[in-house]
Design a binder for this molecule. Structure first.
Ligand code: SAM
Length: 285
């Protein structure tokens, strides 16, 4: 077991939440810690320099730490923090470090090397979009960017099709139209979804609709989050269902195939159909 205490004044690493558009979205504490940091490490020094300049912060040392070098350079920096008793702040390009951005490996290095690490919470596009989406916020999952290749994306969404919680994805404006059309194919056109784009910026927009409607949009610009409603439990007439299962089993389909087919046909859980089919055959799981 390892424990990390943010009460330390020196020899500590801060993961700093930064704005996702509007530069005003940063905490007083983040500004104060950035001011007194011995090292500000960041994903892209050009980006973070703009933020620091906006708040009149002149970093003692500004270094680059992007995903390709996070493991090795992160370790070197954490060792330096420990040996020289320094304060290091880490900022990704936008939002929370570690959320589809570097930062998580740095936190792990701190744990491994017993260097205190803490977080200065800030905005994240995923949660901001969820709150705006009008969809269920009590139960949700975040998946970051989906795979880019069509086959892999279809397989990935198929694996999420029966999930009942709200699903949150990041997507680039270049791919979003195709992604929405694959979502429509896999999740069905009636499924509700919300596109939240350019959060906190001048052209912020939230588009609510069904996947049918959203996938017919021709041009979606800017940074986007897609929030998709979870699968709804549908009430299906159990007598009719039994009849369908019985007829498929009679035709020689396996219980597994019957479960998949009926679940897809009625938008219900495969495991529920599987149990029903087994029970009808006088077996239990
Ligand atoms: N670390 C960031 C966070 O906490 O949200 C995410 C970084 S990830 C590399 C960038 C993606 O986040 C974008 O492609 C977009 O999907 C989403 N994103 C970031 N800023 C956004 C904004 N202002 N509006 C909508 N989506 C945004």
């Amino acid at each position: 077991m390892k424990r990390s205490s943010p009460a330390e004044e020196k020899g500590i690493v801060y993961l700093v939440g930064t704005p996702i558009g509007n530069l005003e979205d940063i905490t007083y504490r983040a500004i104060s810690i950035l001011k007194k940091s011995d090292i500000v490490a960041c994903e892209d020094t050009r980006n973070t320099a703009v933020l620091l300049k906006h708040y009149g912060i002149r970093p003692k040392k500004l270094v680059s730490l992007y995903s390709q070098i996070e493991e090795k350079e992160g370790e070197r920096l954490v060792k330096e923090v420990k040996e020289k008793n320094l304060i290091l702040s880490y900022c990704s390009d936008a939002g929370m470090p570690g959320i589809s951005d570097p930062g998580a490996l740095l936190a792990k290095k701190c744990q491994d090397l017993s260097v205190p690490v803490t977080v200065l919470p800030g905005p994240t596009a995923a949660l901001s979009a969820l709150v705006l989406s009008g969809l269920d916020t009590a139960d949700f999952s975040f998946f970051g960017f989906p795979p880019t290749k069509k086959g892999a994306m279809t397989k990935f969404f198929s694996s999420l099709k029966e999930r009942e919680e709200t699903l949150i994805f990041y997507e680039s404006p270049k791919r979003i139209i195709e992604t929405l059309s694959i979502m429509k194919e896999v999740f069905s056109g009636e499924r509700k979804a919300t596109i939240v784009r350019e959060l906190t910026k001048i052209h912020e927009e939230t588009i609510f609709g069904t996947l049918d409607e959203l996938s017919s949009l021709s041009d979606i610009k800017g940074e986007c989050v897609i929030v998709v409603e979870g699968a709804k439990e549908r009430s299906v007439d159990s007598k009719a269902l039994e009849k369908e299962i019985r007829s498929l089993l009679k035709e020689g389909s396996s219980v597994k195939d019957v479960s998949r087919l009926i679940a897809e046909r009625h938008g219900i859980k495969k495991s529920d159909v599987y149990e029903m089919a087994l029970a009808m055959q006088g077996k239990t799981k």
